[in-house]
Design a protein around this ligand. Structure first.
Ligand SMILES: Cc1ncc(COP(=O)(O)O)c(C=O)c1O
Length: 377
């Protein structure tokens, strides 16, 4: 048989797969493996959100919906943006997608032509590069500062006449660091000086500790060239609902909508009613989950400090990014084999020499995991 898509053949398999598979095999053989490699809140979706979805199902909201999402959700998102993110948008600048990941993919398809370059700041989340590649673009990696995890002037060296887009992610998966105002201003200046689009992935915006989250689109001149990505997975513990959204300039949004119309049509109709309840209902659930993450964060960072393990500025999300001496993949493998704790090697995020540890697990689990890690380091 002839070979299949060369575009997809060129995409490297996820560097996390090997360790995840190994953790699964160990678990299946009866070993008590603690997984700190997960990227999802361990809380249930708040009850008022699931209730709104069940109501919608019972009302018969089980048919096709408008392609960009139900109007009440588009309005709830525009109102949220205006109230919380320091810029404003109309409903026709909003699209609801199947998770933030889908919004990122659609954005890459909407902006990039074959050969266009999109700059990714490392350490970077695993799916930016494949989304760019699937859209026919060329990913160009640039490191954040090794200690502060902020953007440096050297970013300019990666910009040329093929560059079309810069992707920023704050708070960051995997490092947990938060981009400060100066970093975002630098990105904003470069985008405006070189006529670039910015994709700002703000999915962890609600999980910030002792820092302030700034939206890139609030910087003067940026609203017309920024695609803001957000969603419900992390803030409302709704990972399985597959609901995210993008706010973008109308022309880009229109192109994203074309991708959506001809691929997924729209996210699940009744699930979107749950998302309306998430945005319009009580927000206390967010602060409760955030406060619990903060408590775990303190605990984990203190234990790491006691063990003499350094880490990136852990200012947001639910990850600690540990600096390790030696090959991160071998170290993660050793922790799995000897301590039965699964973590993700930094090579998966284009930064060898680091390990990502998710503290989206109960205090008891974290305490046991830290004891086990302490024994092997
Ligand atoms: C930085 C970042 N962006 C986007 C996503 C995708 O989120 P969703 O579940 O809404 O697709 C994730 C999920 O892990 C993430 O960590």
């Amino acid at each position: 048989m002839r070979s299949f898509s060369s575009k997809l053949a060129a995409i490297a398999p996820s560097a996390t797969i090997e360790i995840t598979d190994k953790a699964r095999r160990l678990q299946a053989s009866g070993v008590d493996v603690i997984s700190l490699s997960i990227g999802e809140p361990d809380f249930p979706t708040p009850a008022h959100i699931t209730a709104a979805c069940i109501d919608a199902l019972n009302r018969g909201e089980t048919h096709y919906a408008p392609g960009k999402g139900i109007p009440s959700l588009l309005s709830a998102i525009s109102e949220k943006i205006e109230a919380e993110n320091g810029f404003s948008c109309t409903n026709d600048q909003v699209i609801v997608t199947c998770g933030a990941k889908d919004a990122i993919y659609e954005a890459c398809e909407a902006v990039l032509n074959p050969g266009d370059e999109a700059v990714i700041l490392d350490p970077s989340w695993v799916s930016y590069e494949p989304c760019i590649q699937i859209a026919g673009g060329t990913p160009v990696h640039h490191p954040l500062h090794k200690k502060t995890f902020q953007v440096e002037d050297s970013l300019l060296e990666k910009i040329n006449n093929k560059t079309r887009m810069i992707i920023v992610n704050s708070p960051s998966n995997p490092s947990g660091s938060v981009l400060n105002r100066e970093s975002l201003r630098l990105v904003s200046d470069i985008c405006q000086d070189h006529d670039l689009v910015a994709l700002s992935d703000e999915i962890y915006e609600k999980l910030v500790y002792g820092q302030i989250h700034f939206s890139l689109a609030m910087f003067p001149g940026m609203v017309d060239r920024t695609i803001t990505i957000n969603g419900f997975s992390k803030a409302y513990a709704m990972t399985g609902w597959r609901l995210g959204y993008a706010v973008a300039p109308k022309e880009i949004l229109g192109y994203m909508n074309k991708v959506q119309q001809h691929t997924i049509s729209h996210p699940t109709t009744f699930a979107m009613f749950g998302a309306v309840a998430a945005l319009k209902g009580p927000q206390q659930c967010i602060s409760e989950m955030r406060n619990e993450f903060e408590r775990r964060r303190e605990f984990v960072l203190n234990r790491l400090m006691d063990m003499g393990i350094g880490y990136a500025p852990a200012e947001g999300a639910f990850y600690a990014y540990l600096k390790v001496d030696g090959d991160d993949a071998s170290i993660a493998n050793r922790w799995l084999e000897e301590a039965h704790v699964a973590v993700t090697p930094g090579v998966a995020f284009n930064t060898p020499g680091w390990i990502r540890l998710s503290y989206a697990a109960s205090m008891d689990t974290l305490a046991e995991a830290m004891n086990r890690i302490e024994k092997v380091v």
